[in-house]
Ligand binder design. Structure first.
Ligand code: ADP
Length: 313
């Protein structure tokens, strides 16, 4: 449905995008996740035709954006981070205005009425946008993006600034829209992609560092195995022993205790199961090992690991 290939964008000395490629299939909700400054807005502005890239291509439903910019714009509904709402209009006036602006050819009344029903904005049709809550304004912004029934919807940070109730509602709305549209949304919030997206594209410093199904990210990215072990003995010496075991790529003490044992996180090199070696090394030093189990990595840890402690540039 949408294919982004080798996009490069440089602002002066800042490389905002250094050759990103990803795609989104029909009916898929893809989350572009990355810390602030990663390049998400730049990518979205290029995909929606508001900014030109230095090189690379964006193809939507078989149409290349630089060859057919007007055609591609009709296929995409875009909700920027700050929706361009005219606050002195009522919702109805605004929707009529967007309908005319987009030169929409679908029958006006039923089309706008269906959008009002999907976005639950019926009850505020005659209210001034200036007087709406942030949650309702966001819904009106989404309603505007839906005019013309575009195949692809692009939402830039759609829940920023909303309260928890409004966030839940907006996410539910996006999921509903995902049944009929391909959705790409950008966010710096991990729980958002987990709650809403089928796939995550993680972007950092203008590069894509992971592109996985949401459920697979933590397992695929975390190729090294980790174990949590409870070991009695002086922590410094236990750590030195653990770190000397061939195949152990890292060991640290978590600070947790279980009676007189400390809890250690032990990371093994790719594909190696070091549990027997850990047991033997502890036994040879007479450090009682009273428990050991695999320890998963949360998506949050994966993200921090991939993006270098979440440091901003
Ligand atoms: P994100 O949306 O992930 O926060 P952006 O796409 O806004 O990231 O920015 C990516 C990088 O490009 C940042 O370093 C930002 O400072 C820089 N940048 C964005 N827009 C401009 C601009 N108009 N001029 C110069 N640098 C910019």
């Amino acid at each position: 449905m949408i294919e982004v290939k080798d996009l490069v964008k440089v602002y002066g000395k800042t490389v905002a995008l250094s050759g990103i490629s990803f795609s989104a299939g029909e009916g898929e909700i893809v989350g572009l996740l990355g810390p602030n400054g990663a390049g998400k807005s730049t990518a979205m502005n290029i995909i929606t035709g508001y900014l030109s890239s230095d090189s690379g291509t964006v193809t939507v439903d078989g149409h290349e954006i630089t060859d057919e910019p007007e055609k591609v714009k009709t296929l995409i509904g875009y909700l920027p981070e700050i929706p361009p709402l005219y606050t002195d209009m009522t919702v109805r006036e605004y929707m009529d205005f967007v309908y005319d602006l987009k030169k929409c050819s679908l029958p006006r009344k039923p089309h706008l009425s269906e959008i009002a029903s999907v976005t639950k904005t019926f009850e505020v049709q005659d209210r001034l946008i200036a007087n709406l809550s942030k949650g309702y304004r966001q819904r009106v912004g989404i309603a505007g993006a839906l005019v013309g029934d575009p195949k692809i919807l692009i939402f830039d940070e759609p829940t920023v600034g909303l309260d928890p109730g409004q966030i839940i509602e907006t996410r539910a709305l996006i999921r509903r829209l995902g049944r009929r549209h391909t959705v790409i949304l950008s966010t710096h919030i991990l729980s958002e992609v987990q709650a809403v997206c089928d796939r995550i594209v993680i972007i950092d410093r203008g590069r894509i560092i992971a592109d996985e199904k949401t459920d697979d990210v933590s397992t695929t990215v975390n190729r090294n195995r980790r174990y949590s072990a409870k070991i009695c003995g002086p922590t410094g010496e236990v750590l030195a022993t653990l770190r000397s075991i061939p195949g152990v790529s890292g060991a640290e003490v978590t600070g947790e205790r279980d009676l007189d044992a400390y809890v250690y996180l032990i990371e093994s090199e790719k594909g190696r199961d070091v549990r027997k070696d850990v047991f033997a090394a502890c036994a040879s030093k007479s450090y009682p090992l009273i428990g050991m189990e695999p320890s998963g990595m949360s998506l949050e840890e994966v993200f921090i690991k991939l993006t270098g402690n979440g440091k901003k540039r």
